[in-house]
Design a protein around this ligand. Structure first.
Ligand code: KIV
Ligand code: ZN
Length: 434
């Protein structure tokens, strides 16, 4: 039954890891408006893209891939609207995607006319599967597509006003023979001749994530160590999430030498999505590294994202889901309540509360409604905590067990979660004025 042969990841020697910890934020590039948008059932309208763009700027993105202007009229017009309405803050660089094809590159340059600066991102697919099945071209011919694209980009940029950074992606990099991927990227670099003041970006995608994260990290480290003019290259990665390990891939990629990450909010994107930048950034934050992006108002970000993309943020989505800071079970509630009291009593700066990886308040979540919620799994600690937090009632230690059982029994019989108001009602019916 399970004998079909699938893609076999390249054999790797597990000798990488340039670093053993992530000590600074990468350059972030949001691809929400391109990779994210192209995967939506109903892509965003021009107005919706503008609103999403503003959200990305508010969060603090300095590089935003805004679309594939040659792909559709809306995409083209969005580009024009951004430029003609002076909508791009000075410190933000927009990025546009183009295939390495003559007329598409030319149309892309028409779309970005008047932009003071932009990243022009050109790609062609390099994996064996794509070469053989899609393009029916050999290695030399596929390399030639990249070379021609790189030359045309350079040529058109010289004839167009503005400051342009070039980016090249060997699409399907993760399925490409490493020596060949290196050869193609180096050929592109040799054409662009980057230098200290004019760096170029080499972006390595796991277009389809088909290997474990350490395999990708090893591939990346090979490129990191062998790319021509490495000091003048911004080495970028673009993880997708087919195996559900996009975040791990990105984190190991950073350890192995990546300088820049392309991803999206909440991991929207083709199939299982692009890597989720929110998770990556808040993972860094939880380990004391400033991610340089602001997620302190998560519910605002989530509301805009859900409305504009018509997607839903899963209840257990790291950091952002409705239930990710919630404890229903008695032992977890007890530990959290004790941890919070311990912290309050000592005025502790450091966050060490059990079961809560970060302080929910740091991303705009609330202790009273997000953390301890009462159902039949709950216990005395949780019930007492709710009465104290919401109603200022200090249940004496000796009464806690009895009150806990009383409340959870009601929930058990009703098969329902109890709001703080209901908890209070049960408590007062049984104990107040008796
Ligand atoms: O996933 C991918 O390979 C892409 C490229 C176009 C960069 O989105
Ligand atoms: Zn992609």
């Amino acid at each position: 039954k399970y004998q079909k042969m699938y893609y076999m990841p390249p054999k790797v020697t597990y000798d990488w890891v340039s670093k053993d910890a992530i000590d600074k934020a990468p350059i972030w590039c949001s691809v929400d408006l391109r990779d994210g948008n192209q995967a939506l059932i109903e892509p965003m309208s021009l107005e919706e893209k503008l609103e999403f763009f503003d959200l990305l700027v508010d969060i603090g993105f300095k590089e935003i891939e805004v679309g594939f202007p040659a792909a559709s009229e809306t995409e083209f017009m969005f580009m024009r609207a951004l430029i003609e309405q002076n909508h791009i803050p000075e410190d933000v660089t927009i990025q546009v995607l183009t295939q390495a094809r003559d007329h598409i590159i030319r149309r892309t340059f028409e779309a970005i006319k008047g932009a003071p600066h932009a990243v022009v991102h050109v790609y062609n697919s390099t994996s064996l599967a794509q070469r053989e099945q899609v393009f029916k071209k050999n290695m030399a011919q596929v390399k030639e597509i990249a070379i021609k694209g790189a030359k045309l980009l350079k040529d058109l940029a010289e004839k167009t006003d503005g400051n342009f950074t070039f980016e090249y992606s060997p699409e399907s990099f993760s399925g490409t023979e490493m020596e060949y991927a290196l050869e193609v990227c180096n050929a592109v670099i040799d054409i662009w001749e980057p230098n200290e003041s004019n760096k170029c970006i080499i972006n390595l995608p796991t277009t389809v994530e088909n290997a474990m994260p350490h395999t990708f990290a090893t591939q990346l480290e090979y490129m990191h160590k062998n790319l021509n003019s490495r000091e003048n290259i911004i080495l970028s990665i673009h993880p997708h999430n087919d195996r559900g390990t996009g975040v791990a891939t990105a984190e190991l990629g950073m350890l192995a030498g990546a300088d820049r990450i392309e991803g999206t909010l909440f991991g929207n994107g083709e199939r299982t999505g692009n890597v989720d930048i929110i998770t990556l950034a808040l993972n860094m934050f939880s380990q004391g590294v400033n991610p340089g992006l602001d997620f302190s108002n998560m519910s605002y970000i989530r509301e805009k994202y859900e409305r504009l993309t018509r997607m839903h943020v899963y209840e257990r989505q790291p950091y952002a889901g409705d239930l990710v800071f919630t404890a229903f079970s008695g032992s977890h509630q007890d530990a959290i309540a004790k941890g919070m009291t311990y912290r309050e009593e000592r005025g502790e700066e450091k966050w060490t509360v059990p079961y809560l990886p970060i302080d929910p308040q740091d991303i705009g979540r609330r202790y009273d409604s997000d953390v301890i919620r009462i159902n039949s799994q709950s216990g005395k600690g949780g019930v007492s905590y709710i009465l104290k937090q919401s109603y200022g009632i200090n249940v004496p230690e000796k009464m806690r067990e009895e009150v806990g059982y009383l409340v959870k029994d009601v929930s058990d019989k009703a098969h329902k979660e109890l709001t703080p108001a209901l908890v209070y009602q049960i408590f007062s019916e049984n104990y107040v004025n008796t």
